[in-house]
Design a protein. Sequence first.
Length: 456
Amino acid sequence: MKPPLTVAIVGSGPAGFYAAGALLSRDEFDVRVDMYERLPTPWGLVRFGVAPDHPQIKSVSSVFAKTASHDAFHFYGNVELGRDVTREELLDRYDAVLYAVGARADRSLGIPGEHLDGSVAAVDFVGWYNGHPDYADHEFNLQTKRAVVIGNGNVALDVARILCSPTERLATTDIADHALAALRHSSIEEVVVLGRRGPGQAAFTTLELRELPEFTESGVDVDPEQVLEAPDEATLPKLARRNLAVLRDYARSPAPRGARRMVLRFLRSPIELRGTDRVEDLVVGVNELRTTDDGRLMAADTGLREIIETGLVLRAVGYRGLPVAGLPFDNDRGVVTNDGGRVRDAEREYVTGWIKRGPTGIIGTNKKDAVETVATLLSDLSTGRLIRHSEGLRHAHADITAWLTDGRKDVVTEECWQRIDAFERDAGSIVGRPRVKLCQTSKLLAVAHGREIESQ
Ligand code: NAP
């Protein structure tokens, strides 16, 4: 019998899991998938990106768990490309390597004062409240009356909503314990969200915009002048018109104020962060919309300035992909250069998810994207463009496990992850939460390998 096609997937977020699912569901191909993950836990942004108060979005993890239960699937957590294994070593051991490494860096604003304490990337704040081990020790200044969030995407709404939500509500979620404790002592009374373009150009999805009063138990402050009459509304895309309808409802109804209110302001750009050691205020430029030659609506500075007093400024202006050593990289877009998922000028290497198309779309968008990459890979196999390893070089699952565990005991297999998962869920069930997350790598590894957790 012909041995299976072996594919290494690097990255265990939605993109990686959808690719694994697409490979393992093809009856006409016998495939073995080994998934490598730098952290001790799988699921990427489903665990560390999706907000804790959005459990319905996280429920997609049951699809990933089903893929992981496949006999031909193996998980290797706490194994980092570049640190523990090299690209060449993977290419030596697999017929194909598929990178699903996401876009984990933040984008900066490039304005004076951005380096001051109190000026932070929303990416870090999201990692912190979601218990990502890289951010567990971070501290954010919540002892300020006002926070400002820059950007009009769903990440901006996530962080603004978490900052405004009553903590009793958050306490029923899987938010990291350290974040819950800090938010309980927060002095924030107002969160201002700034969009550089108009309400019709915001990137929010309507569901996320509409749920704000219910989740924060407060009204949302929108200036009627900015939304009641939007120019050329008929030309706007459907999403923008739906968003506008919600924003108008907010502008018309002065809803009762909760402990913390959210303010949405449009046509405002950050110009400068000011303060001695830490952020004390933000200088904001007032914009107007201008149409470019290619028909895009851009924010143009009118020269008018406003000052917002604040001790915490979170920039939520998008994620950015990082290069994968040895692969061609498009610096402007932050993606590995590829054609339909096939890495350009490379052999047997593929990409999917944010590192392939950039940081856009919702979790489900990655499914279509992964299906396209897997179709490219299998078509390359059929046409002879993807040439498999010869028999002598083939590595069985046992060989791979022996290679990875040689000299190190901390590789997290699927069985180890099951232990972590059960431990967190058990801890959660005692206190009426979906899970209580372990947020330190040392604790995750201890539970993974059935060791006692050392108290710190
Ligand atoms: P995003 O949707 O691309 O939004 C980025 C925002 O930042 C845009 O409003 C953009 O404005 C603004 N921006 C960029 N540069 C700026 C600058 N220099 N100054 C001021 N504003 C600037 O990115 P994201 O919010 O990080 O989300 C990433 C992806 O994850 C999106 O596809 C999002 O829908 C998805 N996501 C989904 C959910 C969910 O479904 N619940 C939750 C979180 C994230 P312009 O439009 O003017 O460029």
